[in-house]
Design a protein around this ligand. Structure first.
Ligand code: ZN
Length: 694
């Protein structure tokens, strides 16, 4: 919901933000090929830092720096160290949540990479390594973004020979299972295209639960799950818990029931480790409030009680003074086709005081934005409260935030807590910086931008405008407006996420062109806002299609939101020629002719989407998303893919974590050293060995 994932930079950057996560739309385009590698080498020389360390399939692996870490106090570093351990211990949880056989598969792949005694120089081995790297990247065998099953390019027979070529290696066999039986069990799971094809099914003509491979449900139908929660949920409760957030629904002895994640329940051993490190963190908290935050989280992990989770969130929102902050838990619901169950994620960070000033200005004017929003006054908040925004430096990524990372987060997700206590919104600037640095001089911009003038404007202002868009989306957009009494965000069901992301995006797009932005000193001039419109239209109508396979529809919530917004304004602006489709040298471009009219159209759509949200109008949400946000123009798609293919780029990126090493004196931590490893495979194997417990 609040995960803002992928964004944009110089237009060739497609980032992903989580928490609005963050969602995680989290990828930017990559560079490769001689020309771009040279460009990259140049960028590295400038920075003296190797940003990109690996590239395979549609993914590139980057590193991020943690500037300012050295200047933190020893106690703050110690706090970050403990929170980071707590972040890394949830890795098994996200693998298991994504698919019930993921842990077994990951352990098998790890064991082969470590122990295979045969030839590691063949093309087959290379294909095996690409598959393994992709599984690591996606925290499972389904693509992190499309949620389609990743199909290996090597044969089942080769896979069998790998396992048999690992003499003395221990594989995760069940008690009494022979190696032959183990291999026979894994083969269809990994190789059969029809077995568990999709992690998250979003086609409403199917049973969404039964057709999703995600491990939030076992042996139950969508109808059974919906009936189960309908009985549980008190519709008149003004402060409802987030029903079903931290559990798995199963059928036992014919009864539908929940397995709750807690220290003595589902994922107990991993949660025990997380609690252990959180308790250490509590001893070095920066202040009393932060200590209470951590202790409340521990209480929640011990009991699984979602009331405690709400109490924790309320405390967490109040803590705006601490330098160090973190997210750790079952947070975002993107991976649940019913939008209830949360994936485990973690992020450890600290404040970037300089960059925070920019968002502070925006936040301080929250009421002005609410008052001037083009939405129906009935849906406006009388008091835009508690929008606390800051720019942070990420120090450790875990769970669903690793390696694919959000660039912005806005939490908590519970609507009533946001309304009564506000929310915290953050921008991960060291992550966007790494994206930018690694994408300098990419051929992407020139290929898809109509002319030099627009390209130059994007180069000049795109990065700043993109950050400001993110700030508006995160700090104000998600928190703006209100629901009518009795309406719940779940009323929009599977259309909730794209509608909510479109709403936040439209809020940002409408206001970024407002003279207020220049007046506040957030943007230097209107040209910067134009650059953002250029990028958004280019992306929503055309370039985001590079992430879709031929013949497929758009599925990811943020992409649906961007397609919806862009196609709607394109269609509605046709009579006035606001945006035109132009062909030059056989290539398609979209050109904006009237930026002010485009702004009005964004305002109109914002008004309608706010109405849909506030009234819980499922049918209208469905019509908007299905008409503008899902379908792909096959001919244009083909052209875009062809042009993109020639650039030899990879559309997604993720990150290697830094390594934190405590310096001990007489058994006490006196300092923490940070280093930036370069080897993706090594980090994955290390995590597989040191943080595996389920
Ligand atoms: Zn968002």
């Amino acid at each position: 919901m609040r995960k803002m994932v992928a964004l944009l930079l110089l237009g060739f950057v497609v980032l992903y933000i989580a928490g609005c996560k963050k969602g995680p739309e989290k990828a930017k385009e990559t560079m490769s090929g001689n020309k771009t590698l040279q460009a990259e080498a140049k960028a590295e020389a400038k920075q003296g830092f190797k940003w990109q360390v690996d590239q395979f399939a549609d993914i590139r692996i980057l590193r991020y720096q943690v500037p300012g870490f050295e200047e933190l106090s020893p106690r703050q570093k110690e706090l970050i160290y403990y929170l980071s351990e707590a972040a890394l211990w949830g890795r098994d949880i996200i693998f298991d949540q994504n698919y019930k056989h993921n842990l077994k598969i990951r352990k098998t792949l790890d064991a082969i990479v470590e122990g295979y005694q045969g030839d590691r120089t063949t093309p087959e081995w290379e294909k095996f390594m690409v598959y393994t790297k992709r599984v690591w990247f996606s925290n499972g065998i389904h693509h992190h973004y499309s949620t389609d099953k990743i199909m290996p390019e090597f044969s089942p027979e080769y896979f069998e020979s790998l396992i048999k070529g690992c003499a003395g290696v221990k594989f995760p066999l069940e008690p009494g299972q022979s190696l032959e039986q183990f291999i026979a069990f894994l083969k269809p799971i990994i190789f059969a295209p029809k077995v568990d094809t999709k992690k998250v099914c979003q086609d409403p003509s199917f049973d969404l639960v039964a057709n999703s491979a995600v491990n939030f449900y076992e042996g139950v139908t969508q109808k059974e799950v919906e009936e189960y929660y309908a009985r549980l949920i008190d519709k008149n409760d003004p402060t409802p818990i987030s029903y079903g957030l931290n559990s798995r629904v199963v059928k036992k002895d014919g009864q539908v029931m929940e397995e709750v994640c807690r220290i003595d329940g589902k994922y107990g051993p991993a949660i025990e480790q997380i609690v252990y490190w959180l308790e250490k963190a509590a001893t070095v908290a920066e202040n009393d409030l932060q200590r209470q935050v951590i202790e409340k989280l521990v209480e929640y992990y011990r009991t699984g009680d979602l009331k405690k989770f709400d109490e924790y969130n309320i405390l967490w929102v109040k803590d705006t003074e601490s330098v160090v902050d973190f997210v750790n838990g079952f947070i975002e619901v993107y991976n649940d086709p019913l939008g209830m169950k949360a994936s485990w994620e973690a992020l450890v960070n600290f404040k970037n005081p300089e960059a925070t000033k920019r968002v502070a200005v925006i936040s301080a004017n929250a009421q002005w934005f609410e008052d001037h929003s083009p939405i129906d006054p009935r849906f406006k908040r009388e008091k835009a409260t508690g929008v606390s925004a800051k720019v942070i430096t990420a120090a450790m990524l875990g769970g669903d935030c690793y390696p694919s990372t959000p660039i912005g987060i806005n939490l908590p997700n519970a609507n009533w807590i946001r309304r009564m206590y506000g929310s915290k919104s953050v921008t991960l600037e060291n992550i966007t910086y790494a994206y930018d640095q690694s994408s300098l001089d990419s051929p992407f911009g020139p290929e898809f931008t109509y002319n030099e003038e627009i390209l130059e404007r994007i180069k000049k202002y795109g990065s700043l405008a993109g950050n400001v868009h993110t700030d508006l989306h995160e700090c104000l957009g998600h928190g703006s407006g209100k629901l009518l009494p009795g309406v719940k965000s779940e009323d929009l069901k599977n259309y909730h996420s794209p509608i909510e992301e479109a709403r936040a995006d439209l809020f940002a797009l409408y206001f970024i062109m407002d003279p207020k932005m220049v007046e506040l000193g957030v943007l230097p001039n209107e040209e910067a806002a134009k650059a953002e419109y250029d990028v958004q239209i280019r992306n929503g109508l055309m370039t985001q299609l590079v992430r879709i396979e031929p013949g497929k529809n758009i599925e990811q919530a943020h992409m649906r939101a961007r397609a919806l917004v862009s196609h709607w304004v394109y269609e509605k602006g046709k009579p006035d020629n606001v945006i035109s489709k132009v062909t030059k040298d056989g290539k398609t471009y979209f050109v904006i002719h009237d930026y002010q009219k485009l702004r009005q159209l964004y305002g109109e759509l914002l008004r309608e989407i706010q109405r849909i949200t506030s009234e819980g109008d499922y049918e209208s949400a469905k019509a908007l998303v299905e008409t503008y946000g899902v379908k792909v123009d096959q001919e244009l798609h083909k052209e875009v893919l062809e042009r993109y293919r020639k650039l030899n780029l990879a559309p997604y990126a993720g990150f290697i974590n830094p390594e934190l090493e405590p310096v001990l004196e007489n058994g006490k931590i006196v300092d923490v050293k940070i280093s930036y490893p370069e080897d993706y495979v090594k980090q994955m194997l290390k995590y597989g060995k040191e943080y595996s417990i389920l």
